[in-house]
Ligand binder design. Sequence first.
Ligand code: ADP
Ligand code: ZN
Length: 606
Amino acid sequence: MEPGSAQYILKHTFGYDRFRSFQSDVIDHVVGGGDALVLMPTGGGKSVTYQIPALMRRGVGVVVSPLIALMQNQVAALDEAGVRAAFLNSSLSAAAAAMVERRLRAGDLDLVYVAPERLLTDRCLRLLDDLRRGPGLALFAIDEAHCVSQWGHDFRPEYGQLAMLRERFPEVPRIALTATADVPTRAEIADRLLVAPRIFVASFDRPNIRYRVVEKRDPREQLLRFVRDEHAGEAGIVYCLARNTVDEVAAFLAAHGVRALPYHAGMDAASRADNQRRFLADDGLVMVATIAFGMGIDKPDVRFVAHLDMPKSIEGYFQETGRAGRDGEPAEAWMAYGLADVVQQRRLIELSDADPAYKRLSGAKLDAMLGLAEAADCRRVRLLAYFGEASAPCGNCDNCLVPPELVDATEPARKLLSTIYRCEQASGFGFAASHVIDVLRGKTTEKVGKFGHARLSTFGIGAELSEAEWRLLLRQLVAEHIVEVDYDTYNVLRLTEASRAVLRGERTIELRRQAAPPARRRRAKRGAPDTGAADSPLFERLRNWRAAVAKEHGVPAYVVFHDGTLRAIAEARPSSLDALAGISGVGEKKLERYGADLLGLIDAAG
Ligand code: ADP
Ligand code: ZN
């Protein structure tokens, strides 16, 4: 290996043996001065594709990054790897910022992370002019580049103004990076920020994430079982739609012995920042949050993401679940989903004051998400297909692991539709789900008595299905627009054009029946190392040592070493520095800093 080559830096600075997917192609292209657009899922390994070129080219690499927390983590991680890096953002005092500027002018930094609004100031642009004349500008990296998209949910106006970089510094290569995959966003980024870029699109598959969707029955209890019994002591994120649910769920989990913290925009900034800091620094905290939490959360050892409310689109679902398992170790994406989710999301679209075209688009995105939630076949195949990627059944989602049984439910569906129709006919107005199901099952409730619905020909014709089964069927019918929920009028059910096809027998309905999943999670993962060493005493000792070092250095534990690296050490038990250097994740700087300690620990473990 030639010193100074990309491969050499990967091994000696970052401690990795091999490039992933097209990392080395991107690096070659950017080192050669070309513009690049890199689309890779979260955890794919985007950072080294600009960090290594920044080290190889003359001058400093300028990284535009929208989130302060992310910058701090990146800089801390680079620092641990022995790379000279700093950031410029509003969290720095004037004196500290001046110090960074001095180091830049002295050519004393390889990478500088800058907030977009800061970069656009006159002062910063003049600094860049000076650097260009002096120590040099290696490249501009624009992270979270989808923020430039006016249609996207993360739109930031400052990002649009970054277009000026290519005019002012045409000779400096640009690399834009994002984990957002859809095609229009790609085009927008290339168009607004880059010049004749080469576009690199990685597979969006995250094979280590297991997808699972469960029927929402008693969501908190279900969540508690999932978090406490299946992911005890592990770090995870629980997403809820509303702020008050966040508070309630965090308190509920905490009351049941789970270390959980809330995070939402309604909290005061200080406690929010504090909770985020604790989540990042700690090994096994659960963050209960609205989707305000997460973008730029660079914590690789998040073991699960749970959704208590369904996301609005597959993009959202993919992005949120993608925060699990960035370290490549097994992780789980879990969602509880029920009729209320469908109703609530459709309603949010309906009641918004967006223009009709936007509402239609939102409706279509929601339907795609519903299709994924209702799927009886491989969820990963569906997910990837949405991003234009063909794949085979994955073996690592609930439907692959426990294939649901499909039963013909055309007859029950017709009974349900007839009952909706007859209730409305008899009374002159519609009824909501619970009453319709009571009529079907022949329950003599107060309401049934009041409206005389026991006299309907459909009263009691559906006793063969349980209430839960009727709800499941109804939800499927709503998801497929065969039944509509009228949000303006007490969520009453209404028939649609599509109902007629079912009633006339032109369309059949299949109902998914899923057996209960095995109680304990199997840690199966394609191509993953056996995680048997996870519980070995040496691994635990290494983790404790890491926690102490992290505390001493004031950085999150994973910045010192990832779990995967500690596990590999616990398994291989290297007895020399050379052997230790061969382990993935152990770079030169870390070997120098921690090698002796680690060998001591291994030795002591006998
Ligand atoms: P992204 O920015 O795409 O979400 P990162 O750049 O943070 O992902 O990389 C995710 C993780 O993968 C990091 O911990 C990083 O150190 C690791 N990684 C990156 N490239 C490699 C590689 N070639 N071999 C092993 N690990 C890698
Ligand atoms: Zn699957």
